[in-house]
Design a protein around this ligand. Structure first.
Ligand SMILES: C[S@@+](CC[C@H](N)C(=O)[O-])C[C@H]1O[C@@H](n2cnc3c(N)ncnc32)[C@H](O)[C@@H]1O
Length: 308
């Protein structure tokens, strides 16, 4: 395997976001190929890593790669929404998540994420039970319509779902190629992106419960509130970014009184911390050219308040 099957996005900005963290652990919720984690260990001597991933292949790669930093990291296999509640390492001074799939997951045809793949799988955790094949061949019209509309924001969602149902009455849809051909036939193909892109995104989100995982992580952090910790989250599409942006807005709000109340009676002490910038950080031109995956990346950071 090459040394870098995945180029970490917004690396400088991520490092910068943790630059004032005191000694302790950064939880890398999406360890992947340890691109961000390796840089944190290399450039921030006082920091350690708790790495989480639900993909055993990514963990095996990173276990090797991180050997040079023995004693400064621990790794966990699991989903970040659950695993974040089980971490015992202290103190947690930062939390990082770089959502979505890695380049290697996308590129490896046998993982079934790509338009050209010979299988329909898309599971980040290969031990999970639901696959893309189950969805494409087993979901009813309404379920397919729902995921295409809500997770793909596809305007012709219903037409696409109907065509899938029609095709699969003849024989099961069992490859990325057959599925992407259906999208090409039904959806407008004059835009900048391949017509199947949003359909594949929608199915992947459903297979891996990606939005539920982000909400679960945010819910868990709302409970844990690690004092003074920096939370840096990288999203790749508007559905993810909306969840993060809205939660940071709520967490930054000090007053929880009814907006129609004549005056505040809550004491204005309810903010959990502060969003570090109003606008997200995005990739500069150089990064957008060298790493196309960075083009849709948005980094938002939040600082939890100190312990009382
Ligand atoms: C974009 S890659 C991260 C790349 C990493 N930052 C790097 O620089 O190598 C996302 C990784 O997060 C993992 N992942 C995505 N959602 C997850 C979840 N809910 N729980 C645990 N791991 C998850 C994926 O398996 C994938 O390896």
């Amino acid at each position: 395997m090459s040394d870098s099957p995945h180029i970490p996005v917004l690396l400088d900005a991520v490092l910068e976001s943790f630059s004032h963290c005191s000694e302790g652990y950064i939880v890398d919720c999406t360890l992947g190929y340890a691109g961000h984690s390796t840089a944190i260990l290399a450039y921030r001597d006082h920091l350690r890593i708790v790495g989480i991933d639900r993909d055993e292949e990514a963990l095996a790669f990173s276990r090797q790669k991180l050997q040079a930093y023995a004693g400064r990291y621990v790794l966990h296999k699991g989903s970040f929404a659950q695993t974040i509640t089980e971490i015992r390492e202290e103190p947690i001074v930062g939390i990082l998540a770089d959502f979505g799939v890695s380049s290697l997951q996308l590129d490896k045809k046998e993982r079934g994420f790509s338009f050209e793949s010979e299988t329909l799988d898309m599971r980040m955790d290969r031990g999970a039970s639901l696959t893309a094949y189950d969805i494409v061949n087993g979901y009813g019209l309404e379920q397919l319509h729902y995921i295409f509309r809500h997770y793909g924001e596809i305007s012709q969602a219903e037409k696409l779902a109907e065509e899938i149902l029609r095709v699969r009455t003849h024989s099961p849809i069992d490859s990325g190629k057959t599925l992407s051909d259906i999208a090409k036939k039904v959806l407008y193909s004059g835009g900048k992106i391949h017509p199947a892109t949003l359909m594949f995104q929608a199915i992947r989100i459903e297979v891996n419960d990606e939005l539920g995982q982000i909400e679960g992580l945010l819910d868990a952090l709302e409970e844990i509130r690690p004092p003074a910790a920096i939370l840096s989250l990288i999203t790749f599409h508007s559905l993810e970014d909306r969840l993060v942006k809205n939660r940071f807005k709520r967490w930054s709000t000090a007053c929880i009184c009814d907006p129609h109340a004549l005056r505040c009676t809550c004491g204005k002490t309810h903010a959990l911390g502060k969003a570090l910038s109003r606008k997200p950080i995005i990739a500069d031109t150089k990064e957008r050219v060298t790493n196309p995956r960075s083009r849709s990346a948005k980094l938002r950071s939040f600082r939890f308040r100190e312990a009382e």
